[in-house]
Design a protein around this ligand. Structure first.
Ligand SMILES: [Zn+2]
Length: 256
C-alpha cells in the first residue's frame, strides 16, 4: 500500500525534503520512514498523474528525511502545484478536526464516503469544509499605485489592500468598502483578474484591479502602519514572489 506523493502534516507544519520536487515520493516501503500506521493515510488528490496521500501526525517526529516547515515556509520550497495541495491537505485536516461533533445536536459526526463532508447520524445535519471569501485589490491612479504596510506583517513591506467579504456582501462591495475603510480612498472601475486559494487558514482570495475615484489617504491605524501612493519606478519593499499581491504588482509594473 502507498505509492505516490506523501503529505505528512502536523498542525500547520508539513514534511518537506530537499530532494526532487520537495515532498517524499514513492512506495512507502522504499522510503526511510519510521514504522507508522500507514493505513491511516488517505488519498485526497492527484498530482502529475500520481496519487497524493495525506497522513496527519500528532507530533512532528523524525521521519528519517526532510524537515517540518510551516505552510508559509513551504511556499518558497515547493513548486506552486504541490504548495496548493499542501494547503488543501491542511484544510481537509482542519475541517475534520473542528467538525467532530454535530453543531445542531452534539452527536459525533461521521464521514460521508462520496464527498468531502461529515454528517450527523442522529439529525442528518451535514457540514462541509469552510471556505472564507476574501478580496485583494490593487488601486492605481495613472502612474501611481496605492500600497499599504500592515501591522501584522513583520517584514515591513508594502502590499495591496485585502480583507474578508462580509455576510450578504458582493465581492465588488467588499473591494470598495475595504479600500475606503483602510485607506480613506474611494475606488471604481473594478476589473476582476483571478482567484487564489489561500490556506491561512481557509480563504479564497479574489483579485481585482481598480482605479482611484476620489479622496485623500487616511490610513486606518488599527490595521495599517502606513498607506501611500508609489510611483511605478519607485516601489518600496514588496511582498514575496508566490503571493497573488506580488503577481498583481508585477503585472501593473509591466503595464499589463
Ligand atoms: Zn445532529
Amino acid at each position: 500500500m502507498g505509492f505516490g506523493w506523501w503529505f505528512f502534516t502536523c498542525g500547520d507544519k508539513v514534511l518537506v525534503i530537499p530532494q526532487g520536487q520537495g515532498l517524499p515520493f514513492g512506495e512507502v516501503q522504499e522510503l526511510p520512514f519510521p514504522a507508522l500506521d500507514f493505513d491511516t493515510a488517505e488519498e485526497f488528490a492527484e498530482y502529475q498523474g500520481e496519487p497524493c496521500r495525506r497522513m496527519e501526525l500528532a507530533e512532528p517526529i523524525d521521519m528519517g528525511i526532510g524537515e517540518w516547515l510551516t505552510l508559509r515556509e513551504s511556499m518558497f520550497r515547493l513548486e506552486p502545484g504541490l504548495f496548493d495541495l499542501v494547503g488543501r491537505a491542511q484544510q481537509i485536516e482542519l475541517f475534520l478536526n473542528t467538525h467532530r461533533f454535530c453543531g445542531r445536536c452534539a452527536e459525533p459526526m461521521q464521514r460521508v464516503d462520496w464527498e468531502l463532508a461529515v454528517a450527523c447520524p442522529e439529525c442528518g445535519f451535514r457540514a462541509y469544509p469552510r471556505i472564507s471569501p476574501s478580496i485583494i485589490v490593487l488601486v492605481t491612479k495613472g502612474d501611481e499605485v496605492l500600497l499599504a504596510s500592515h501591522r501584522r506583517h513583520k517584514h515591513g513591506f508594502y502590499t495591496a489592500v485585502a480583507g474578508f467579504v462580509e455576510a450578504g456582501e458582493t465581492l465588488e462591495n467588499a473591494v470598495v468598502r475595504e479600500v475606503e475603510e483602510e485607506t480613506g480612498i474611494r475606488c471604481h472601475k473594478l476589473r476582476y483578474w483571478k482567484s487564489q486559494p489561500w490556506a491561512f487558514p481557509h480563504s479564497l482570495m479574489a483579485a481585482y484591479f481598480a482605479e482611484y475615484q476620489e479622496g485623500d489617504i487616511e490610513a486606518d491605524r488599527r490595521e495599517l502602519l502606513d498607506a501611500r501612493w508609489f510611483k511605478r519606478d519607485k516601489l518600496p519593499d514588496l511582498p514575496p514572489h508566490g503571493t497573488i499581491a506580488r503577481a498583481m504588482i508585477e503585472r501593473w509594473r509591466e503595464g499589463k
